[in-house]
Design a protein around this ligand. Structure first.
Ligand code: GUN
Ligand code: ZN
Length: 442
């Protein structure tokens, strides 16, 4: 392709490190900033007055007045086949899985159905300013093929895996240790590091895998040491009791996964609401991370994850939507619910920390901060353009805010997909709120 340079001019927020640790040194904020993109990568970031003076004549400048550019947001736990499960009434985890989720996932046996939903799902994420996610498919190999094909078409950096499950689920959703191994292996060979796509070995959770299948997951992680591992842990009390029954020799829930060497710095465990000190220690020792899913934890009545406790225990954590247990694709809405959870736990998540988590923090837990999550020179140019006047209420409130912290906090608490003016992936505009895109999903 031809060499191309575009400059985006707006307010710009970029993180260098955790603002709870490094305060004002943790971020850059330019009220009138310029982000220079060359060939899909970040080339420069700074004050518009300084950057524009250095540019050759004729360089394309895109101006977003009264907008805020941030790195594309990252969602570390979400189920693409659960789009239609969202807002299902009345159950906690195990009944919710049996009554709503498993029947919905059955449909992904049909590749064409899977492709339609994968396209819908990715467009929904991009509408919300999310450009990378760690995503569950279903047990069907073709569900993940459909997902990666849809992601490849958009050039999004996505991580996905075929669910491994061979017991305690309807027969129509069960694989076998051997077939789960073969299907995962073939998907890794085809898709891992193919363009921007990455693979995650995905045993659903301890309840739905036999000893033999967890051994196959272990074998995959040994044969492919740079793939991810995603699963669930300690979300719900009934779930935990069932795991204790199924694995009487395990010291605790995490020890089930640990016995198969599934822990590590690319291993992401969703929920982790009810972990003991020994489990915290193993998270810390192995660099594994917890994915905090506030809208899901509230919606399914699972509990209030204490992220302050995780910080004290030096357990890495990220933030995620967990659609369809979660109730929104928007990381802004997710951060708003995260704030409320911290309030109930007697502490408070700041706006700067929240936006750090959704960008650089989440990128770090995925070991992807050398590629995404910030505007470091050379990073892939994924970014979201947020609108401070996206609704009358947002505009009214922003008019009353004096500090950056106040403005960002109002953006998070009142924001949703309407607050996202545009989303860019590798330097290309893939969503513009004011342009109607006709989808072929019916
Ligand atoms: N535990 C096992 N499977 C699931 C799932 O699909 N969603 C949630 N929230 N928890 C799970
Ligand atoms: Zn989940």
């Amino acid at each position: 392709s031809t060499q191309s340079t575009t400059v985006y001019r707006a307010a710009i927020l970029n993180f260098l490190s955790d603002p709870d640790i490094d305060g004002e040194d943790a971020y850059q904020f330019f009220q009138d900033g310029a982000l220079v993109i060359e060939n899909g990568k970040v080339a420069n970031l700074g004050e518009a007055s300084e950057i524009l003076a250095t540019l050759a004549a004729g360089v394309k400048i895109v101006e977003y007045k009264d907008h805020l550019i941030i790195p594309g947001m990252i969602d570390t736990h979400i189920h693409y086949p659960q789009v239609e499960v969202i807002a299902s009434y009345g159950e906690q985890l195990l009944d919710w899985l049996n009554n709503y989720t498993f029947p919905a996932e059955r449909q992904f046996e049909d590749k064409e159905y899977a492709s339609n939903i994968a396209n819908f799902f990715l467009d929904e994420l991009l509408k919300c300013g999310t450009t990378t996610a760690l995503v569950f498919g279903t047990v069907h190999k073709q569900s993940v093929e459909a997902f990666f094909e849809a992601s490849e078409a958009r050039n999004t950096r996505m991580i996905c895996g075929k669910v491994m499950m061979d017991r305690n689920a309807p027969e129509f959703l069960c694989d076998t240790p051997e077939s789960s191994y073969e299907d995962s292996k073939s998907l890794i060979d085809t898709w891992h590091n193919n363009g921007r796509q990455l693979y995650a070995v995905t045993p659903r959770f301890a309840i739905t895998s036999t000893h033999e299948q967890l051994q196959k997951a272990e074998q995959l992680m040994q044969e492919y040491p740079d793939v991810y591992l995603q699963t669930h842990i300690s979300e719900n009390k009934d779930e935990m009791a069932f795991v204790a029954e199924l694995f009487p020799d395990a010291k605790d829930y995490l020890d089930v996964y640990d016995q198969y060497n599934l822990l590590g710095k690319r291993s992401v465990f969703a929920h982790g609401i009810h972990l003991n000190e020994r489990e915290h220690q193993r998270f810390r020792e192995t660099g594994s991370s917890v994915s905090f899913c506030p809208t899901s934890n509230l919606f399914l009545g699972s509990g209030l994850l204490d992220i302050k406790e995780l910080e004290e225990q030096q357990v890495a954590y990220s933030v995620a939507t967990d659609v369809g247990g979660g109730t929104s694709f928007s990381m802004l809405q997710t951060l708003s619910e995260a704030y409320k959870v911290t309030q109930l736990n007697g502490n408070k998540l700041s706006a700067l920390k929240s936006l750090y988590l959704a960008t650089l923090g989440n990128a770090k837990t995925l070991q992807l901060d050398d590629k995404i999550g910030s505007f470091k020179t050379g990073n892939e140019a994924d970014f979201a353009v947020l609108d401070f006047n996206s609704t009358p209420l947002m505009a009214l409130k922003q008019g009353k805010c004096k500090t950056l912290a106040e403005k960002l906090f109002a953006m998070i608490i009142l924001g949703d997909d309407r607050a996202v003016q545009a989303t860019y992936v590798a330097g290309n505009c893939v969503h513009d709120r004011d342009v109607t895109i006709h989808s072929d999903v019916n």
